[in-house]
Ligand binder design. Structure first.
Ligand code: NAD
Length: 319
């Protein structure tokens, strides 16, 4: 089997390679050749940890595996980040283990790549201003990945304004001007909005968003979390990675539960990528509800394994 350690990932994987892997995987999902397995998430009653598995099988790319990991809130005492994960890939012909690959950085890259794919396919024509809601760890990855589209300016807001320097620094790295603004100005100025917070209450309201806009709502990945006004969700043409996750743990859970939208009105982004759905059409507001599926983890892990083997960096041991 191969081992690609966490410390190697940064030198191997680029946002562009992650984008390519995620775009292809969404198309496989739309063709029903790839599917996700039910997610397992457990509070293990030790170190307050949440541990789980996200897995799937891509029958087009022949990628089988799972991501195991979770959230250890007291990891600072070990000088480790709180989110820890590892991806395991298996040979779909035999079931033998193929690789163990560090999953921490890959999780950020695959999440950012998903919203970037949504921007490629759903952003209004001529979109110039990117609006960022959220300034935590993921936000920098999100902004870098969104730069697949040629934005001219970034505006940003965060519930904790002292964190906004992360957005300013990332915009500077990308050579883009940055302005910290209030949410009403963000909603009026931005053509594309990425939200990536751990909020449990709506922040971006329907009245904030003016004109043709694409929103990638990436923060809500658990029951109870929420970033958007359900009325805004109801006004949008809604896309997601996987409908079952969107309505249960994603941003649409609230609009669906309150009867504002029907599950049947939500489409998969992969259908747009595969040319089976027109995408934005005449809609003024589009929404991508990115909940994070196991196949995303497998797609980027498989990509990094290919690159690591090619560069001779993957360690090999007999299994
Ligand atoms: P982080 O802890 O580094 O940053 C948290 C962000 O949320 C900051 O912007 C902070 O100001 C804001 N925030 C914190 N508490 C809040 C509250 N009560 N109300 C509103 N905002 C609040 O986290 P991160 O690593 O940047 O992750 C952000 C979110 O993205 C988390 O909810 C995480 O679970 C989610 N996430 C989603 C996916 C996916 O695939 N969709 C993948 C990874 C992470």
């Amino acid at each position: 089997m191969y081992v690609v350690a966490e410390k190697e990932i940064a030198g191997l994987m680029t946002p562009a390679a992650a984008f390519e892997a995620i775009e292809a995987m969404f198309a496989s999902m739309a063709s029903r050749k790839a599917y996700n397995f039910p997610v397992v998430r457990e509070a293990i009653g030790y170190e307050d940890a949440l541990y789980g598995f996200k897995g799937g099988f891509d029958g087009a790319g022949l990628v089988l595996g799972l991501k195991a990991g979770g959230y250890w809130p007291h990891n600072q005492k070990h000088n480790l980040i709180n989110h820890q994960s590892t991806v395991f890939l298996f040979d779909p012909d035999t079931g033998r283990v193929k690789a163990a690959i560090g999953g921490n950085l890959l999780t950020a890259l695959r999440t950012a790549a998903a919203s970037a794919v949504s921007i490629k396919y759903l952003a209004p024509k001529g979109a110039k201003v990117l609006g960022m809601i959220g300034a935590g760890h993921q936000s920098a990855f999100q902004m870098r990945a969104a730069a697949v589209h040629q934005f001219e300016k970034v505006v940003g807001w965060n519930p904790h304004p002292e964190m906004l320097s992360r957005l300013a620094d990332t915009a500077a790295e990308l050579g883009l001007p940055f302005e910290a603004v209030e949410l009403d100005q963000l909603g009026a100025d931005a053509d594309v909005i990425v939200s990536i917070t751990s909020s449990f209450a709506p922040m971006l309201m329907d009245g904030h968003v003016k004109g043709a806009t694409h929103i990638a709502a990436m923060g809500t990945d658990t029951k109870g979390k929420q970033e958007l006004d359900p009325a805004l969700v109801a006004r949008a043409r809604v896309f997601t990675d996987e409908v079952a996750q969107s309505v249960s743990i994603g941003e649409t859970q609230h609009a669906v539960a309150s009867g504002l939208i029907a599950e049947s009105a939500i489409s998969e982004l992969g259908a747009v990528v595969a040319g089976l759905h027109e995408g934005r059409g005449t809609a003024e507001v589009t929404l991508f509800d990115g909940t994070g599926v196991g196949l995303q983890d497998l797609a980027v892990a498989n990509k990094v394994l290919e690159i690591a083997i090619e560069k001779g960096i993957a360690q090999r041991s007999k299994s």
